[in-house]
Design a protein around this ligand. Sequence first.
Ligand code: TXA
Ligand code: MG
Length: 323
Amino acid sequence: MITEANDSNISAAADALRAGKLVAFPTETVYGLGANALNAEAVHRIFQVKGRPVSNPLIVHVADLDDLSQVVTLDSKLEERLALAAQFFPGPLSVVLPRGSRLPDIVSGGRDSVAVRVPDHPVALKLLREAAVPVAAPSANRSDYISPTTAQHVQDCLGSRVDLILDGGRCSVGIESTVLSLVDETPLILRPGGVTREALEEVFGVVGTLSEHTSPTHSSPGLLAKHYSPRCPVRFCTEVESSKYPDRVGLLRFNKEFVAEDTDRFVAVRTLSSDSSLCGAASELYSALRELDAEKLDLILIERCSLSGIGVAIMDRLTRATG
Ligand code: TXA
Ligand code: MG
């Protein structure tokens, strides 16, 4: 059930979380499907509702740095790294740190590390403060479908399987948080997202990415090759010749000037951020993909965007959508 995120509904949602229920709530990135992270049974329901493998760990959401310290185990070196990362809190950055002893195994898929973040959204922060428990929350979609950036997306995908959906409007960032491991000396980006590598390097100096490191101690279990996908097949424009187009083809492009071969053959076209800003494009990306997917197309063609700033995260999601 969708309810407006006013004070009394947020309080009711906080009560529901404490009572072991599932609450979908807005963050600045995407909507999350939350459960009390200290309640293993409630967390187990998240996996069931999403159809998510239990080996894929969840992100724990807290309202501030003090709460964060209570769900991880820190030594002095980790404290220093966390203090640097905290410059991005609240914000679209999840940090992976050694797991605190209070958290049940299921939250982190049995791993000894846990991802934690402080979301930059007034509704999420109020909910977390009132619930007064850490909240485990993946994106509120069925596993391997497109992440939700509106309450209606959550309703369409999960409907009555969620106890309550708080409607806080459209998510401003529109793409998931950057997942950054702080476990080793050099911070490692496990998933590109709302905080760019450039911004992290300004604070940390050198920052690695998973594609540069293939160490077995580092993996991002959630990053399956096929993920974030519409039901309809998706390809980059450059990969399909116009002579091979099926009947119903849609186009997702980054600006109006982009014209693919045979543009008049597209039955649906979505243009992300007509002012060609990548942040604008990120915030519209998942809605546009869902809209195109609803058109019952045979193929969605996608323009590539530049691999700078948040463009890295956009291209990561689009590449996964092509499977
Ligand atoms: O923006 C976001 O991060 C959203 C909102 C709701 O906060 N949440 C989100 O959660 O995207 P989810 O479950 O869809 O993605 C979590 C990602 C997965 O790729 C998962 O594998 C990774 O974080 N992750 C979680 N815990 C981890 C850990 N201990 N080590 C490595 N990766 C971890
Ligand atoms: Mg997800």
